[in-house]
Design a protein around this ligand. Structure first.
Ligand code: FE
Length: 248
């Protein structure tokens, strides 16, 4: 069965990386919560998509240059008045949930990896008993290498449409093999049967991201992707349930 990952806690249903979205996802009949992490200037790890607060909250500034208190003071747009939470708080919400973690390691606003960030994330997840329930993801191969040094947990490479187009299918697969990356995720609109087969044929798992409307969700399910991320987890669950009922 193709796994569903609630992207940023279901952005189109609950706002982008909001406490209400994370709490709602924890109770859903799906398999993974996708979220993104950034460090603060005073050593906290916050759950937020962008490197800055500008786009999705009422505040501005780079998270890595703000204190935890400053980040927490931001109110998230369309988020029922919620504020950004820490990785530790997210772990507490999921301690009793059947939904596992898909943790994306983000770079800073200029696209540079944060110094010594990966080992700290791994340590926080381990201390909260969530490391064994976490799969990691990144768009950056260097970050996937850092993850391999820090943990045995699975890693997946998020391949962006420009990278797929410019590097090419075959070179992407070779690069994944040379870095011992066990799983690749591509944007659902760039996924097709041939690519999925090419990836699977060399023993690498194949998944999709960005499946936010019904057609995209159906496409990811039809490709038998291992997993896909979606901003509309309730819709994805309904479509997957319907397909399973009609298949029986
Ligand atoms: Fe993400």
């Amino acid at each position: 069965m193709t796994r569903i990952a609630s992207h940023r806690g279901g952005t189109l249903e609950f706002g982008d990386s909001t406490p209400q979205g994370f709490r709602a996802t924890a109770l859903m009949p799906l398999e993974e919560l996708e979220f993104d992490l950034h460090p603060t200037s005073d050593g906290a790890i916050m759950v937020h998509h962008d490197a800055t607060l500008d786009r999705t909250t009422d505040r501005s500034g780079e998270i890595c240059k703000l204190t935890e208190a400053e980040v927490r003071a931001a109110t998230i747009n369309y988020g029922a008045g919620g504020h950004p939470i820490s990785l530790d708080e997210l772990c507490a919400i999921y301690a009793g949930s059947k939904v596992d973690f898909r943790c994306e390691i983000k770079p800073d606003a200029e696209g540079r990896p944060y110094a010594d960030f990966v080992p700290r994330v791994v340590e926080h997840l381990a201390n909260n008993g969530m490391l064994e329930r976490t799969v990691f993801s990144s768009f950056q191969v260097a970050t996937l290498d850092a993850l391999a040094s820090a943990t045995d947990r699975p890693r997946l490479w998020l391949v962006s449409p420009p990278v797929l187009r410019q590097v090419g299918d075959k070179a992407v697969v070779r690069l994944a093999q040379s870095h011992a990356i066990p799983e690749i995720g591509v944007h659902v609109d760039t996924a097709d049967v041939e690519l999925a087969r090419m990836v699977n044929d060399v023993g690498i798992d194949f998944g999709c991201w960005g499946a936010h409307n019904a057609a995209q969700i159906k496409s990811a399910l039809s490709l038998n992707a291992k997993v896909f991320t979606t901003d509309r987890p309730s819709l994805a669950i309904a479509i997957r349930d319907l397909r399973q009922e009609t298949a029986q």
